[in-house]
Write a protein that binds this ligand. Structure first.
Ligand code: HEM
Length: 423
């Protein structure tokens, strides 16, 4: 008996004190509870029951789900060094190069020129596919030791095909840029900037052609759907709340009527539009679960043990709709940001559409510009109504989950051109 008791004592004392979480089945853990199309919503519902720091066993993976500003601050500010972004999404070395390039001046100018060239050409549906695979909720991802699952579920062949397609596109883009190097009148785009950096070697690290491809991919994948989705949600919410649409439109037209068109110079005068964008980020952060992090060494948070290799998921969507922090949290009400010190730049953990801490989005300023300018143009040049004579009450706000959460149903609108003279 004594031996038995001793064994039991040893086992109990070595059992980690995990954060609370739902019940689990053998092998799949709590995977069945996450079934359904919108994991960020399911995770929010579970967090209401188990708390803002929750343990969730999914297959072989131990997940820690964070759903409140305080816990997010604790994880992303205090424990940032311990949690690194999960390595399947991040060939770490390439990511740091991307960040350095996005932050460098020539990098930023190149990205602006490169974006328009790229969208004129061939990258169209690929970003969505990459983001879908990157979301980390594929069954094969949850059983990392069962390599066969990658083939049974078809994940590996699909990812490899996508990889080959993208590689061919990037290869041909790089070749074209090498061939047209030095042609007068051609502005330097992103690829030219990267090729120059590779040739002149003025970075702290050598830049290989594979690195260049990865950086291009990172920037276009991370920057295209995120901005577009925000634009679409902003338009949807304004249509649902005509008062906001009219106010935003009146502001844009008042600022730009003297010029007759919208350009980036007057954008800083659009104070109300900025509130609209903040409110859109609060209700519709394009990456609702940010990017998953991995715990590189065991640690304690709020008194609970966080095991090494746990995947840490921060539910930015749930945080933005947390009624303890936001009055009438589900209402689209841009005025809530008037005289508010809360913004989305990473210091206020109740609003983190760009993440926070060391791994915060390095493309934030560019992302905002990508939303502000087109939104101002849409509002200035057109009045909008729903297509097919549909009523505003019929406009749904259903979501579909990829790594970017976008509208489930397309937003079909009829534009009526606006003329400043008639206005
Ligand atoms: C509305 C636009 C955008 C939103 C909402 C957004 C949001 C985010 C979020 C939430 C993350 C993860 C941060 C974290 O987990 O803490 C991220 C990472 C990243 N974003 Fe953005 N982003 C946007 C636009 C852009 C643009 C335009 C670029 C590039 C030009 C970009 C490049 C990146 C990169 C490279 C990372 C990975 C950083 C790392 O791993 O350390 N993003 N973004």
């Amino acid at each position: 008996m004594l031996v038995r008791l001793g064994k039991r004592f040893r086992t109990e004392s070595s059992t980690p004190n995990l954060p609370p979480g739902p019940w689990k089945l053998p092998v799949i853990g709590s995977l069945h509870l996450l079934a359904g199309p919108l994991p960020h919503q399911k995770l929010r519902d579970m967090a209401e029951k188990y708390g803002s720091l929750m343990h969730l066993q999914l297959g072989q993976l131990s997940n820690i789900v964070v759903s409140s500003p305080q816990t997010a601050a604790e994880v992303m500010r205090t424990h940032d060094i311990i949690f690194s972004i999960a390595k399947d999404l991040c060939a770490g070395d390439v990511k740091s190069k991307t960040c350095a390039i996005v932050h460098s001046d020539s990098g930023r100018r190149g990205i602006e020129a490169g974006y328009s060239n790229f969208f004129k050409s061939r990258i169209t549906s690929q970003p969505q596919e990459v983001l879908r695979f990157g979301a980390g909720f594929n069954v094969a991802d949850l059983f990392p030791s069962a390599k066969l699952l990658e083939y049974i579920t078809g994940l590996r062949p699909k990812v490899e095909r996508l990889h080959q397609n993208l590689d061919k596109i990037f290869e041909s883009v790089i070749d074209e840029h090498k061939a047209s190097k030095g042609i007068e009148g051609e502005p330097d785009g992103l690829v030219d900037v990267l090729l120059n950096l590779q040739e002149n070697g003025d970075l702290e690290f050598p830049l290989t052609t594979d690195n260049i491809k990865a950086v291009i991919m990172d920037i276009f994948i991370a920057g295209s759907d995120t901005s577009f989705t925000t634009l679409e949600w902003a338009m949807s919410e304004m249509l649902k709340t005509p008062r906001v649409m009219q106010k935003a439109q009146a502001e844009v037209r008042q600022v730009f009527n003297r010029k007759g068109n919208v350009d980036s110079e007057g954008l800083h005068e659009l104070e109300y539009l900025k509130l609209v964008i903040s409110e859109t980020f609060r209700l519709h952060p394009p990456l609702p679960l940010l990017l998953p992090r991995e715990c590189s060494q065991g640690c304690k948070i709020n008194g609970y043990d966080i095991p090494v290799k746990s995947r840490v998921i921060v539910n930015a969507w749930a945080i933005g709709r947390n009624s303890e922090y936001w009055d009438e949290a589900e209402r689209f009400y841009p005025e809530r940001f008037i005289n508010s010190s809360v913004d989305y730049k990473g210091a206020n953990f109740e609003l983190i559409p760009f993440g926070a801490g060391r791994r915060m989005c390095p493309g934030m300023l560019f992302g905002i510009a990508n939303v502000e300018l087109p939104l101002a143009k849409l509002l200035y040049h057109f009045d909008w109504k729903l297509a097919g004579g549909r009523k505003l009450e019929d406009l749904d706000m259903d979501e579909v989950f990829g790594a970017v959460v976008r509208r489930k149903n397309d937003l079909c609108l009829v534009p009526t051109p606006y003329s400043p003279v008639a206005g």
